[in-house]
Design a protein around this ligand. Structure first.
Ligand SMILES: [Zn+2]
Ligand SMILES: [Zn+2]
Ligand SMILES: [Zn+2]
Length: 363
């Protein structure tokens, strides 16, 4: 079911991550911290998670195909204490001393002597023929390491590590050496972002704009006894609203749509005072559309989130106006009811008004 991916966007922390980070800088790179290693400080702040939890959160989004990852760098850690605060030492392969110096190789062109710059001494005299080095009679033959302890000339030194945290010395064989990643939106997420993702908070703000308040309890028990969970629930003007959002890159299939129809019908059958709204992006397949005509559903369908938002705004504003008028009428009716005793003949008028009210509520 393609909608499984969208269910991630319904989580508050994923939405915060998407809106505040991914929609702004679609390449989330780690930052190196000497004590904690590579971390994602902006993500940590946005989703309010620790360094490790944030890594797990990002990896979860990779598994959910929301994100892709690419190798950013390799991270070296101490095998005893796991600290990333590790020093790299070059070691003499002959005597294992780390006292090795980088020096220049010099060739005395006249006699052909080739040696390190150090071997020429401070006055720069050739140790073979005793002549002083002068402009034009020598050449720089590249650089080399020389061991300060055994004077061995080293072409490729061994590499050793030293942990600044616990002092352990270790070689590359037992070093903890791991890939660290930069994260970016997957292909499908990029397309979704460019079409506009319908985040629950966008729906929430539209309802609040019209005077509805959010209900944290969004589960209802249907006629069958099954408990149905909806994405959002609202309350206002004596009415309860339940909202489900279906978001995908493909039209909703007949089977997925039937599941929604079953759920909504079951929920409505046992709950008189609820209105259920199904928001669908981008569209219905023709088979699903045929089914939609046989059910009495409140559907909002749009290719893009902007279209859906504007449709929803219109519908909610109409509902709110009608519901406000209704509650004004009810107040008036109560006022009239209290006068019934005085004027028994007005009772017929009240009955008429109630019939009108029921008509509006059913719409
Ligand atoms: Zn250590
Ligand atoms: Zn010489
Ligand atoms: Zn040595």
């Amino acid at each position: 079911m393609t909608n499984a991916k969208y269910s991630n966007y319904k989580s508050q922390e994923v939405e915060a991550f998407m809106m505040n980070i991914l929609e702004k800088t679609p390449n989330v790179k780690p930052v190196f911290d000497l004590n904690l290693g590579y971390r994602y400080p902006d993500v940590e702040k946005t989703v309010n998670k620790t360094v490790n939890e944030t890594s797990d959160f990002l990896e979860h989004l990779v598994n959910a195909e929301v994100l892709d990852r690419e190798i950013f760098d390799m991270e070296l850690r101490c095998p005893s204490c796991n600290s990333p605060n590790v020093s790299v030492n070059y070691v003499c392969p002959k005597c294992t001393s780390s006292n090795i110096k980088k020096t220049i190789l010099v060739e005395h062109s006249k006699c052909g002597y080739l040696g390190t710059l150090i071997s020429f001494g401070e006055v720069l005299t050739c140790p073979k023929c005793g002549e002083q080095l002068l402009e034009g009679n020598y050449r720089n033959a590249g650089s080399i390491y020389e061991c300060g302890s055994c004077q061995h000339q080293i072409e490729t030194p061994f590499i050793n590590h030293w942990c600044r945290g616990c002092g352990t010395k270790f070689s590359f064989e037992n070093a903890v050496y791991q890939q660290r990643f930069a994260y970016l939106p997957s292909k499908s997420t990029s397309v979704e972002m460019s079409q506009g993702i319908l985040y629950p908070s966008l729906v929430l703000s539209l309802f609040e704009e019209q005077g509805f308040s959010r209900e944290m309890e969004s589960k209802v028990t249907g006629e069958s006894g099954a408990v149905h969970s909806f994405d959002l629930a609202f309350k206002g003007y004596g009415l309860n609203f339940l909202v489900d959002v279906y978001f995908s890159l493909d039209p909703i299939s007949e089977l997925d749509f039937l599941r929604y129809c079953g759920k909504i019908t079951d929920a409505k059958a046992s709950n008189q005072n609820i209105d259920i709204l199904l928001i669908i992006l981008p569209s219905l397949t023709s088979e699903a559309e045929a089914i939609s005509k046989t059910f009495n559903l409140s559907l909002i369908i749009g290719e893009k989130s902007t279209i859906v938002i504007s449709k929803l705004r219109t519908i909610l504003s109409e509902k709110a106006t009608a519901l406000k008028a209704l509650s004004a009428l009810e107040t008036e009716t109560i006022a009239e009811t209290s006068e019934i005793n005085k004027e028994p003949e007005s009772q017929n008028g009240i009955k008429k008004k109630f019939t009108i009210l029921r008509g509006i509520k059913r719409k």
